[in-house]
Design a protein around this ligand. Sequence first.
Ligand SMILES: [Zn+2]
Length: 385
Amino acid sequence: MRGNASTSRALNRRLILNLLRSRGPISRAEMAHITGLSPAAVTFVTAELMEEALVVERETVSGTSGGRRPVPVDINYEAHLALGFKLNRYNIECVLTDLATSPLATAESSVADTTPEGMIETIAATIPRLLSQANRQESEIRGIGVSIPGEIDPASGICLQSPRFGWKNLPFAEMLAERVHVPVWIDDDVNAFAVAQKLFGVGRDHPNFAALAIGAGIGCSLVIKGEIHHGSHCAAGKIGHVTSVPNGRLCECGRRGCLMAHAAEPYMLDEWKNRTGSATSRAEFAASVEHGEDMALSILSDCGSRIGRHLADMVNLFDPEIIVVGGEAVEFGDALLAPIRRTMEEFAFFTKPELVPDWVPSSWARGAAALATQNIFDFERSPSG
Ligand SMILES: [Zn+2]
């Protein structure tokens, strides 16, 4: 890294922004004390960030002892917007958020086909809808994040492959940025969920954690020392494609016996059909779980045990402090999570990290929005567009 003045200024900015993100509002004196920066440097960086409306001074809490209290400085979360889009087979989950990824407007747009052009036009058409829903302006948008199931290179903005959509080596970030004229960041959907957790979830207290997601597929992103571990080919964390049943069911990746082909939601519904002889919708299956029906619980127990068995291997390899769990299947609660936890603990060799569900229906799209807000906290990332 070049040691020039602009680099050190950028480093100081990142230091201060991330301190405020993790600690909440604090005074300039506290910032200097915690970071070791000089009071002059803190004042300089803070002034610069205030000019860009990235930080604001909050109300001073008056104490009983009298005298002037130092003014707390905070990130100006409300003043800027991010957009998040999570691409699915039949729809796009869309959210407009502030910089803390708190949702201001949400929408679900159906997609007729999964061509990149179709997805891009749907996204472009949804943006004005979200803005008007929240009564905000296009000029307030700092960036767009898009999460795509597959192998994604976030640095180049290229979707290396997405078997679910049949995409290969697609410069999706650049294509969307050209269409909407806003900086675009992309990543795998589970990594995007992990980025949101890293910035505003378990990551605030745990620099090393795993983010497990179970829904249409299964993935487990790894955050190591506060950074997403993408691996050398952007294919790390693909626990859904470890072979669980040799020569088993066909997976969407084209191989056989992958964990997700034997434990993700499509498998649960297929298994229900196999065991009962009649097809069921996801909602009906969820209702059966809710009512504690034996067949549904038995399917979840099998899936959970299978996932936990492989999760234990991940724990042995990476020793995360905690595992946060997201994805639609979190809705099944302990009927799924308890067998995961039990089996993971049974097969883990040394540490048995806590398994913590953290999921609301907007979490996928908020994760995508976090890909854009992350940029503000990390100057090294550059957008497409
Ligand atoms: Zn697979």
